[in-house]
Design a binder for this molecule. Structure first.
Ligand code: PAF
Length: 510
């Protein structure tokens, strides 16, 4: 495809009509560095869409005239960098093109106060309004499928995600982790203004944040005052240093797992921002829902794609049910049960087919726990208080360091109430019966007629939803996905998009 440079907003529409492809959009203000290159190359490698880079120094987002005048302008080099790293088109509009005088069609937007009144918003009055206005204008002109943004400007990213939701725009935001220079400082177009001494100071600041992250990993706490003291001893002028919730930008709560440590400092005339994410444990995804909603298949695929551990809690209840049958344990005798549970060990091990085997007291029961015999008693056994208590504790032990996706019926409500992402996966009774019937794993179901299967599913739902302990209910903060209309891959992609939206790239498990 011929690479083009577009300079007029009017030409954009023509170009869009001709390319016959979806668009990846990478907005920039020029003076491109390795951070921008990473955005452009990520877009190129993500899909086969056409990549459009825009270069526009947006006057509306500068609260300081001098800053605007001094903003580095390197357009020829920017064109070269964009084209050699995967851009198919470059949009370089003029000021008058983006903001034509007397144009009533331009919406001058306000950023949401809850997000823009924190961190950089306190001193950069109107900055985020300007960002929202220009990005909204560009999105309306370009109509991209994907918008690529850096996590370096985390607050901007949150505000733009909010804009896309608020305006109901049909664009997916894809983010990349903060890109750092060899000495640890985040790449920024403004770095060119730094003197040798200023660079030394920002390096000290960034390295302090990275050090705080390391300490937090071990101690699970930070001492903001100590960091401020250290920075002050180097005569670093701190505009703010805050420990906040990464999405609401409100003060962090004890139960929050991932938090944001963000700061801004002034080095001479240059203002620089940096942040790190602090994490008590790696992320957890909780997937709950009734039998036959597609939970197991979806959870396994998500675990594989996101390189998370797959915690199949249903298999743990089934394995226990299997043992009760095998050893003729009278599970109604509570006192006896307590003693028996003490000596039970359930472990998951990867097998040679890159699947997981489940072992109970060293018996491999992967296949046998899927029989109709086990299906017909597992709900009863899983409603026994002692059983639930025991298995919930076992599951929490496995989840202590996070990095897992768990499926069950009470994961988001009871087992991991602080999971970063909670999904409630469901489907109609008809659909679930159809799926059970064609499920090769539940061999016995293939011999049962569809109406009986429907009745069995209804009965199981009733038992699960009405049991006293940990009934099947959707957690308040869970996102419901009704899977009837979607293929498995579509459901998996939806959940991965939700995960990417919640979990900063910086904390992703490698
Ligand atoms: O992050 C930036 O470079 C700018 O704020 C953006 C998103 C290009 C809008 O002008």
């Amino acid at each position: 495809m011929k690479k083009v440079i577009i300079r007029k907003t009017k030409e954009i529409e023509n170009w869009r009509r001709n390319i016959n492809s979806e668009i990846n959009f990478i907005p920039t203000m020029g003076n491109l560095h390795n951070g921008h290159i990473k955005l452009i190359s990520t877009a190129k490698n993500d899909n086969s869409n056409v990549n459009l880079v825009s270069i526009f120094i947006n006057p509306l987002q500068f609260d300081n005239k001098l800053d605007l005048e001094n903003y580095p302008k390197t357009i020829d080099n920017d064109i070269k960098i964009s084209l050699s790293n995967g851009a198919d088109a470059i949009f370089i509009p003029s000021n008058e093109d983006i903001y034509p005088p007397n144009n009533k069609n331009i919406s001058f937007l306000k950023a949401p106060i809850e997000l823009s009144s924190a961190l950089c918003g306190v001193n950069r009055i109107g900055h985020f309004d300007g960002v929202c206005t220009v990005v909204y204008r560009l999105l309306n002109l370009i109509k991209p499928k994907n918008l690529y943004l850096g996590e370096k400007d985390w607050q901007q990213l949150l505000i733009l995600k909010n804009l896309v939701r608020r305006k109901n725009l049909n664009v997916a935001i894809k983010s990349i982790a903060t890109q750092r220079d060899f000495d640890g400082i985040p790449l920024s177009s403004r770095n060119v203004h730094l003197s040798k001494n200023e660079r030394k100071l920002i390096r000290f600041f960034s390295n302090e944040l990275l050090e705080a992250k390391k300490i937090f990993q071990q101690e699970k706490k930070i001492n903001l005052n100590e960091i401020i003291k250290k920075l002050s001893s180097k005569k670093i002028s701190i505009e703010y240093l805050e420990h906040l919730h990464p999405h609401t930008l409100q003060k962090i709560r004890l139960e929050d797992n991932i938090s944001l440590l963000a700061g801004a400092i002034k080095c001479g005339e240059t203002r620089l921002i940096d942040h790190v994410f602090l994490m008590k444990r790696r992320p957890i995804i909780a997937i709950d829902g009734p039998a036959g909603s597609g939970k197991s298949t979806v959870t396994k695929l998500i675990a594989k794609k996101l390189k998370l551990l797959y915690l199949d809690t249903g298999a743990m209840y089934r394995a226990l049910s299997w043992l009760m049958v095998k050893e003729s344990i009278d599970y109604k005798k509570e006192k006896k049960l307590k003693n028996i549970l003490k000596d039970i060990s359930i472990v998951f091990k990867s097998n040679t087919n890159s699947h997981q085997d489940v072992f109970i007291n060293n018996y491999c029961v992967t296949e046998e726990i899927r029989s109709q015999e086990i299906s017909s008693i597992v709900s009863k056994i899983s409603s026994i208080k002692e059983v639930r208590k025991f298995l919930v504790e076992e599951q929490r032990k496995i989840g202590e360091s996070g990095g897992l996706v768990a499926e069950g019926r009470d994961i988001g409500t009871t087992v991991f109430p602080n999971a970063e992402l909670k999904i409630f996966l469901t489907a109609s009774i008809d659909e679930r019966a159809k799926r059970r019937k064609s499920d090769k794993q539940s061999k016995d179901s293939q011999d049962i007629d569809i109406d009986t299967l429907k009745e069995l599913i209804k009965k199981r739902d009733f038992e699960d939803s009405n049991r006293e302990i940990s009934p099947l209910i959707k957690a308040n903060d869970a996102i419901e996905i009704i899977t009837d209309r979607y293929s498995i891959n579509e459901v998996v992609d939806q959940i991965i998009d939700l995960y990417n939206d919640k979990i900063p790239k910086e904390v992703e498990i490698k």
